[in-house]
Design a protein around this ligand. Sequence first.
Ligand code: AMP
Ligand code: MG
Length: 404
Amino acid sequence: MISFEEARSTILSSVNVCGVERVPLLDAVGRILAEDVTAPWNMPLWDNSAMDGYAVRSADCSKIPCQLVVTGFLPAGARADGVTVEAGSAVRIMTGAPTPFGCDAVVPVEETDDGQQLVTLNEMVEKGQHLRLCGEDVQAGSAFVRAGALIRPPEVNMLATFGMAMVPVYRRPVVAILSTGDELIELGKTPGPGEIINSNALSLAAAVRETGAIPRIIGIARDNLGSHRELLLEGLKADVLITSAGVSAGDCDFVRDVLEELGARQLFWKVGVKPGGPTAFALHGAIPVFSLPGNPVSTMMTFEEFARPALLKMMGHQRVLRPLFKAVLCEEVRKKAGKVQIVRVRLERDGKRWLASSAGNQQTAILKTMVDAAALAILPADSTVFAAGEEVDVHFYGSHIDLI
Ligand code: AMP
Ligand code: MG
């Protein structure tokens, strides 16, 4: 048995970042930029007005109120070549329009009488006010988004601003999902005696999709060697293989043996974590193979703690673990020494602290508690008693935090 931390570091040091592909800008959302992108031009491209108002020479406006002759009009989209603000004059200008030669300030229309031929200014004018200067946001040639950046709407806006229709991002791995067990039937059928619906395939596919990777459900391997061989081989055609169940020490647990027969190199089996103890991890060539326990709660938790960070690393993410923060326990928790325990909790804000209370019955067979959990508390292996009022490490579970 290896520790929870060792298991995770073994996995993370065994997986590599996927290759790079160029995709249309909108398809890059949520993905990681694979190359620095430099600005092909300045932003703003030219000096322009930050307000609707009048382009003026500030020296003309030292006494307030002052009156200027309006000599021109520059709406957004107009060109300013040949337009000059002469001494004693002003050019009416709209937000975003290029500023004319000679002007060193813009006076907002609200601070004037809105005159058409003559305009009276009512407020003091400061040199440089309400001007957006060429290159003040981004200079031509500078890297405005770096390799490793997560592409969100602001990055999309910036990339679009500089005309980037196609964007280099890391590829999304195809993740094969294989369920095992004679008791399983597919969603859509009604379970008869001894049967259960293959729900793990769906929750794994959902979790894979949440990371941004591409799930591919392979089906159900039956509890015999032939069926395992056939479907594991199919799964090994993907970039990553995740199996559920059949990985403990039971008579019908064939996953590890058949993977070995097919040439996979097991890096560990059995981890000091509860739920999730029987988890195994192997490499088949460069393909990571996660063999997760079959109990739906264990499957989801081991995906969360082991497979998710690996998939994120493969897609180029720099931060692959959810940030841990402290929460105060509302009730005492006892556990055995020797294994990390993962507790499903609800969170509540109390002034500056988070309060964590149990989301329900913590037995691994209780799926409902997982549904009610906003976060997971990670209790360290060596401790046994956590008093009410004690602080523990927690992280959010899932990308939706409506449960808080
Ligand atoms: P096993 O590791 O094969 O002993 O399975 C452990 C438990 O998980 C058993 O109660 C199984 O019925 C359940 N289980 C296994 N595979 C799935 C699945 N695909 N969906 C839902 N439950 C499953
Ligand atoms: Mg089984």
